[in-house]
Design a protein around this ligand. Structure first.
Ligand code: DDH
Length: 291
C-alpha cells in the first residue's frame, strides 16, 4: 500500500546505501565474474529497463511501480526472455532486506549497475518509494520495442513513454553494455568490444564501422565488416539512417562527457516512469563503490 511505501522511505533512509553496497558487491562477486563476459551488470540493467519501459503516459499504466514482471504473463513476454537470471541474482538481497519493494530493488540495481559499469562516470540520482502490485497489474505484451523494426516503431514506443528523439538516442547508448543471445531474443553477439564498461563506444562504432546484413538463418541483424565480431539490430541502425536521430548520434559519439551527464539524467527519468513518490522521498546520489 501507499502507507507501506511511505513507511519504508521514512524508516530506511540510511539502509538504501546499504542495499546499494550489497548490489555493488553482487556485481563484483565470484558468481557474477563466472557469468558471461564476467558480470551480471548488463542483464540487471536490462531487467530495470524492461520493468520501467512498459509505461504508457495516456493511461498511466505500466512503469517501474509494480515489478509485475515477477508474474506470468509478463515474465513470459518474448521481450523478457532471460531476465530471470537477473531477478534470481537479486533475490538474496530482497530476502536480506524484506522491507524494500521489488520495484525499488530492481530500479536501484539498474542504477547501481549503470554507475559501477561506467566506472563512476555516470551519476544516476534515485528516489525510493515504489510499491509492488499484484498480477492484475501486468502489462499487455508489445509495450517494449521490437528490434526488427525501425524509426517509426521506435518513435511510437518511446513517445508513448514520454521520451523525445534525443532521449531515444541517449537510452539506446546502453547497448554499449551486454549482448544478444540466440536462446533469448534470437539475435547474437555484443555491440561493443567491452560489453561490461559503459562508454560512448556504441555511437562511435555505429559511425566508424561498415555494417552489412549478417548472412545466417537467424533474425535480420548487422555485422561489422572489420572484426566480424560485433552486431547491430535494425533498431540500432535506424539511429544513423534517420536524420533527426543521427544528429544526436554525432553529438554523443564526439562528446563522451556530455553522454555521461545526459545519460544519467535520462536513466533516472526511465526508472521513475509511472511512480507516484511519497512526499518524503528525496533523490539520493550514491557514490560508485568499485570504480
Ligand atoms: Fe536493449 N536489447 N533494446 N536496451 N538491452 C537487448 C539487450 C540489452 C532493444 C533490443 C534488445 C534498450 C533499448 C532497446 C539493454 C539495455 C537497453 C537485446 C538482446 C535486444 C534484442 C536480448 C538477449 O538476447 O539477451 C531494442 C529493440 C531497443 C530499442 O528499440 C531502443 C534500452 C533503452 C536499454 C537501457 O538500458 C536504457 C542491455 C543492457 C542489454 C544487454 C543484456 C544482456 O543480457 O547482456
Amino acid at each position: 500500500t501507499a502507507e507501506d511505501a511511505t513507511r519504508a522511505v521514512k524508516e530506511h533512509k540510511v539502509d538504501y546505501q546499504k542495499v546499494y553496497k550489497e548490489i555493488a558487491e553482487l556485481l563484483a562477486s565470484e558468481a557474477s565474474e563466472a557469468y558471461e563476459d564476467g558480470s551480471y551488470g548488463p542483464v540487471i540493467v536490462r531487467l530495470a529497463w524492461h520493468a520501467s519501459g512498459t509505461y504508457d503516459k495516456e493511461t498511466g499504466t505500466g512503469g517501474s511501480n509494480g515489478a509485475t514482471m515477477r508474474f506470468a504473463p509478463e515474465s513470459d513476454h518474448g521481450a523478457n526472455a532471460g531476465l530471470k537470471v537477473a531477478r534470481d541474482a537479486l533475490e538474496p538481497i530482497k530476502q536480506a532486506n524484506p522491507w524494500i519493494s521489488y520495484s525499488d530493488l530492481w530500479t536501484l540495481a539498474g542504477t547501481c549497475a549503470i554507475q559501477e559499469l561506467s566506472l563512476g562516470n555516470v551519476k544516476v540520482p534515485w528516489r525510493p518509494g515504489r510499491q509492488d502490485k499484484d498480477v492484475a497489474a501486468c502489462t499487455p505484451d508489445g509495450r517494449l520495442p521490437d528490434a526488427s523494426k525501425e524509426q517509426k516503431h521506435l518513435r511510437g514506443i518511446f513517445y508513448r513513454m514520454g521520451f523525445n528523439d534525443q532521449e531515444i538516442v541517449l537510452l539506446s547508448g546502453a547497448h554499449a553494455l551486454g549482448r544478444c543471445h540466440t536462446d533469448r531474443s534470437g539475435f547474437d553477439g555484443p555491440w561493443t568490444f567491452s560489453p561490461t564498461v559503459l562508454t560512448n563506444a556504441y555511437y562511435q562504432l555505429l559511425k566508424s564501422e561498415k555494417w552489412s546484413w549478417k548472412k545466417w538463418d537467424g533474425p535480420k541483424q548487422f555485422i561489422d565488416d572489420g572484426s566480424r565480431s560485433l552486431m547491430m539490430l535494425p533498431t540500432d541502425m535506424a539511429l544513423i539512417k534517420d536524420k533527426e536521430f543521427k544528429k544526436w548520434v554525432d553529438i554523443y559519439a564526439a562528446d563522451e562527457k556530455r553522454f555521461f551527464e545526459d545519460f544519467g539524467k535520462v536513466f533516472t527519468t526511465l526508472m521513475e516512469l509511472g511512480v507516484p513518490f511519497p512526499v518524503e522521498s528525496k533523490p539520493i546520489t550514491f557514490d560508485a563503490i568499485n570504480a
